[in-house]
Design a binder for this molecule. Structure first.
Ligand code: IPM
Ligand code: MN
Length: 356
């Protein structure tokens, strides 16, 4: 089994370092190979997704990804910005299904900004379509405004689009995943305004015919945002498009008190996947040894479960993470009075010890 390790920028190298340490402690012989990506790819090879990095990601059975982005690169032209690396990997590897769990660990109930009774026991899964929508739709750009009161001025424009097959395949992922959990799917759209999302609603409804044991509900995205903070436990699986999923998954992540705890998986049609923490590169705390490595360690667990067919090893890691939380160890992002404050390395070491 070959794993590509793409650490990237900011806290990326620190947190993936801890996940690699945990993987190495499992007693399996994984082949791991690293490559530069994001700002680090640009700095070393002049491109955020250097050809050798893409080739490694394609050749590997799974990719463990840290994070990309740094203020340093904010003034580069769009095609060279670090974010293009993750967008390029998603597109080139066909990673259309993004699974973003939002789970509240009982030990961290106090870390949420919502009342404990609103979030206690929260366990929802956002399934975000990841290779379509306005993120990738063409045409896009800046042009001369063709009509209306601003005719003749410059205008920026993007294209929102979804092909039927694109909607069908993500709907199948949602219904099949829901079958293994709470058997409820909420499809989030904006069918009241957007043609693309009326079409989305119609296709999801038709795919649902094959899954009559799963309950399907449709919800407008603005209402979904409200329900997420009002009564998030009403949700089981949420399936939505690329842009709505980007926004709702950040909101859902924060319900749990720390985005530093949440892993994610981005899968292709054959369960090959890229695994990354739901948080970003946090350049403000990079190199200080304080970043929370648990989201990346839990991403490695998802990798074992979905791409490497080692569910037992995934369970071991997830249980070890629960154990270190129960021991009261906390990185600064989840620190509360009375707990033991630890850094990135110490947290990784504690997970390794808890594996045994
Ligand atoms: C995410 C990020 C990315 C996205 C950026 C970095 C391109 O916000 O993974 O959610 O918008 O998809
Ligand atoms: Mn995002």
């Amino acid at each position: 089994m070959k794993i590509a390790i793409l650490s990237g920028d900011g806290i990326g190298p620190e947190i993936t370092g801890q996940a690699v340490k945990v993987l190495n402690a499992l007693g399996e012989s994984f082949e791991m190979e690293t490559a530069d990506v994001g700002g680090a790819g640009y700095a070393a090879h002049g491109h955020p997704l250097p050809p050798a990095t893409l080739a490694l990601a394609k050749a590997a059975d799974a990719v463990l990804f840290g994070a990309v982005g740094d203020f340093k690169y904010d003034n580069l032209e769009r095609a060279l910005r670090p974010e293009q690396a993750i967008l390029g990997l998603r597109r080139e590897l066909g990673l259309f299904a993004n699974l973003r769990p939002a789970i509240l660990y009982p030990e961290l109930a106090g870390a949420s900004t919502l009342k404990p009774e609103v979030v206690a026991g929260l366990d929802i899964l956002i399934i975000r379509e990841l290779t379509g929508d306005i993120y990738f739709g063409k045409p896009r750009g800046v042009r001369e405004c063709p009509d209306g009161p601003f005719k003749g001025q410059r205008e920026g424009f993007d294209t929102m689009r979804y092909a039927e097959g694109e909607i069908r395949r993500i709907a199948h992922v949602a219904f099949q995943t829901a079958r293994k959990r709470g058997k409820r799917v909420t499809s989030v759209d904006k069918a009241n305004v957007l043609e693309t999302f009326q079409f989305w609603r119609d296709i999801v409804t038709s795919v649902h015919q094959e899954y009559q044991d799963v309950e399907l509900e449709h919800m407008y995205v603005d209402n979904a945002a409200m329900q997420l903070v009002r009564a998030p436990k009403k949700f089981d699986v949420i399936v939505t498009g690329n842009m709505f999923g980007d926004i709702l998954s950040d909101a859902a992540a924060m319900l749990t008190g720390s985005i530093g705890m949440l892993p994610s998986a981005s899968l292709d049609a054959n369960n090959k996947g890229l695994y990354e923490p739901s948080h970003g590169s946090a350049p403000d705390i990079a190199g200080k040894g304080v970043a929370n490595p648990l989201a990346t360690i839990l991403s490695a667990a998802m990798m074992l479960r979905y791409s490497l067919d080692r569910a037992e090893q995934a369970d071991r890691i997830e249980n070890a993470v629960k154990a270190v939380l129960a021991q009261g160890l906390r990185t600064p992002d989840i620190f509360e009075e009375g707990m033991t404050r630890v850094g990135t390395e110490q947290m990784g070491d504690a997970v390794v010890r808890a594996l045994a």
